[in-house]
Design a protein around this ligand. Sequence first.
Ligand code: NAD
Length: 316
Amino acid sequence: MDQKYSNILVTGGCGFCGSAFVRFVVNNVPDVCVTVVDKLTYAANPDNIAGLPENKVKLVVGDICDSDLLDQLVPGHDAIVHYAAESHNDNSIVDPEPFVKTNIEGTYRLLEAARKYHARFHHISTDEVFGDLALDDPGSFTEESPYRPSSPYSSSKAASDMLVRAWVRTYGLRATISNCCNNYGPHQHSEKFIPHSIACIQRGERPKLYGDGLNVRDWIHVDDHARAVWSILTKGTVGETYLIGANCEHSNLEILRAILKAMGQSEDYIDWVKDRPGHDRRYAIDASKLRRELGWTPIHNDFAAEVSRLCCETPL
Ligand code: NAD
């Protein structure tokens, strides 16, 4: 039988992925209240959860590194779903410190609070912890793939995953982990590849492309990610890791060309820039465990149509 929850604490619920999860829960699951704790960094947008019923969602502005705040907040919640993070690779190269602080220390503080107040814990992580694959490697990441993070961002996420695993093994914390591929969809911060490219074209500027543009990412709609997290929280086995992906691999160049086409620009309207240091070549996810064991499957399967819709719907 599915695990039931009545009060869920969502960290980072004003960000891109966290807010999609909050909207999913509030709109689809009766009798669940959500508390969002969010520091409201530059990446947050409280409007992402605006308009949801006030009796079902409450926003607390605060830092997950603040244990006193967590002592007030966590009691009364039966689960913590942990999205809050510094999430932009480029920023992590310029200044890694906030990544170490929020992603590692913040996760540690939350794990301690979950342990103290007996909350179920779900940790949101990324496929970037596995490093990269060669373009001609036919393989995909699985739950058994070794950790080989490349950037300060992915290494801070890898460290946080390890903390979660240790808290399960040492303290018996009821926790699960998910490692998801690249998300796309509405409400993504304009620093990220797809919205950034759309915004550049809207301003009449050439969108930037790192290196040769052949780096491949596996893409998933943010709402499919949210449904996968809900499946893991309600049906997943405590102590397990689940990879989330939608079998949708595209190079950055292919995506940029699709955006240019949808926005009526020529396919060579590109500002080629020097590659990012340590830029991972290819990510690919084998999500068969999630599909097989929990019956999850993505429902947003027309990537080209979704990207085209984002081009039309992204506000100027
Ligand atoms: P985001 O940058 O859009 O949102 C992060 C949110 O966390 C923001 O609202 C921010 O204010 C909040 N936050 C940051 N530091 C905080 C702190 N110390 N205390 C409280 N709140 C804090 O990020 P996102 O893209 O939504 O990613 C969310 C999670 O999903 C991250 O853990 C990321 O690693 C993971 N993830 C994202 C993707 C993706 O493609 N976006 C893919 C896989 C995994």
